[in-house]
Design a protein around this ligand. Structure first.
Ligand SMILES: Cc1cc2nc3c(=O)[nH]c(=O)nc-3n(C[C@H](O)[C@H](O)[C@H](O)COP(=O)(O)OP(=O)(O)OC[C@H]3O[C@@H](n4cnc5c(N)ncnc54)[C@H](O)[C@@H]3O)c2cc1C
Length: 403
């Protein structure tokens, strides 16, 4: 029997129960190593797909602060250097205009604005790190079926009837979190009525490590530069159009995608599967409740257009870990209201402006009416002329610590 199975079999009492071993839940578990608090990590996926997840089409744009957090959590060294694609610059275009806003890495004072890493590789690295940590026990192929609140903690029943206890329960089980609902925390969601298609493509002309985004009429396109003459094509369309495009055979797909990108990169050739993500943003009314906290998408599920989702989720995990760590060091109750309120306050301050700004950008850039088209053209021009604006954007990506 493996160490893991032995640990899994016997223990029922923990310091923290984390529902959801996605990137946010795994990173939280890794960040809690210092005080050696006993952590149970619960996920409905089998162990094999958690620790060796399949490619899911997402290329995650990481800020410098996120890379530093992943280093601190000892996850980053498990990601091979050739799997990390640097982003040197970003350019944003409105409609068919060839003049866009250009954010240069020099504006951010660093060699790169950020880095792209495939989501499944982040998950794999995080899972491998956590599996080697003595303080973490994984409960896989199961989920939380019932939560009872007791004076000193929670009592959780899993679908396989095992019962776990802890002074604190953390929901990290996606933007559609069931644990959030069990805790009675409402969330507001916004369905954008669009689907994001993502796939890897080779192309004729070089991307020069520039990430490009076009807010075009009826579609939003992005091309994220991967190592080599490859990119991740990101195409946002109304649901039925996305379905039609996804169902085309490879050759027709390539022709249509090249046309949509106006042959800016010459010919384009798909190198793998096309993945579809319906776009729904979710914001929880509170990030904490009695003996319960929300992290990652369970707290704030962002529209991916501004690439903040995981970066913000990582900040929530690091922030909650810091509050728990402090309470444990001072021998206070880690699930006490004071600890959770401090987390909630700090994370809300960081998340709300990003959430509102992202939704405003989506609203403005997908509005086809003339005033909106003129307003965004003016904004792109203004952004290009006003260096402090570009600098602020660039340094928000390149700064190493995000409080
Ligand atoms: C196309 C796309 C591109 C993106 N690009 C970027 C980017 O460039 N930069 C960025 O920062 N972010 C990006 N994101 C966002 C990022 O992928 C998410 O924010 C991140 O994956 C959220 O992690 P999470 O752990 O909170 O949730 P999830 O990844 O949803 O993981 C949740 C986990 O909980 C488990 N689970 C769910 N329900 C239950 C249950 N009832 N019981 C037990 N387990 C359960 C699941 O199996 C899963 O393992 C992108 C998202 C998309 C869709």
């Amino acid at each position: 029997m493996s160490d893991l199975a032995r640990r899994e079999g016997s223990q029922t009492s923990f310091d923290i129960l984390i529902a959801g071993a996605g990137p946010a839940g795994l990173c939280l578990a890794a960040a809690l190593e210092n005080r050696r608090l006993r952590v149970a990590l619960i996920d409905r996926q089998p162990l094999g797909s958690l620790c060796d997840p399949a490619f899911d089409g997402r290329e995650i744009a990481l800020t410098h602060a996120s890379v530093q957090s992943l280093r601190d959590m000892r996850i980053w060294p498990r990601i091979a250097a050739h799997e990390v694609s640097p982003i040197s610059d970003v350019q944003v275009f409105n409609g068919a205009s060839a003049r866009g806003m250009h954010i240069d890495h020099l504006d951010g004072g660093a060699g790169e604005l950020g880095y792209l890493v495939a989501n499944h590789l982040i998950r794999r690295a995080a899972c491998q790190t956590v599996r080697e940590m003595e303080h973490v026990t994984l409960f896989t192929d199961t989920s939380v079926s019932e939560v009872r609140w007791e004076p000193a903690g929670v009592r959780v029943r899993l679908c396989d009837q095992r019962v776990l206890r802890a002074p604190l329960l953390v929901a990290a089980d996606s933007r559609f979190s069931e644990v959030r609902r069990m805790a009675g925390i409402p969330a507001r969601s916004r369905d954008f009525g669009k689907t994001m298609l993502v796939c890897r493509m080779e192309h004729e002309k070089p991307h020069r490590r520039i990430a490009s985004e076009w807010f075009d009429h009826g579609q939003t396109l992005a091309l994220l530069p991967l190592n080599g003459n490859r990119s991740s094509a990101v195409i946002t369309l109304p649901g039925s159009e996305a379905r039609r495009l996804q169902e085309l055979d490879t050759m027709d797909f390539d022709i249509e995608v090249e046309r949509r990108y106006r042959s800016r990169f010459g010919w384009m050739r798909r190198t793998g599967e096309v993945f579809a993500y319906p776009l729904v943003a979710v914001l929880a009314d509170r990030f904490a409740g009695p003996r319960c906290a929300l992290v990652g998408d369970a707290a704030v599920g962002m529209h991916p257009v501004t690439a903040h989702g995981f970066n913000l989720g990582l900040r929530s995990a690091a922030r909650l870990a810091r509050e728990i760590d402090r309470a444990a060091f001072e021998r206070r109750d880690i699930g006490a209201p004071g600890v959770l309120t401090a987390y909630e306050r700090a994370h809300r301050r960081a998340a709300l402006p990003l959430y509102a700004a992202t939704n405003a950008i989506v609203g403005l850039y997908t509005d086809e009416r003339l005033p909106a088209r003129l307003a965004r053209q003016a904004l792109v021009r203004l952004g290009n002329r006003v260096r402090p604006f570009r600098r602020a954007l660039a340094s928000s990506l390149t700064q190493v610590s995000a409080s």
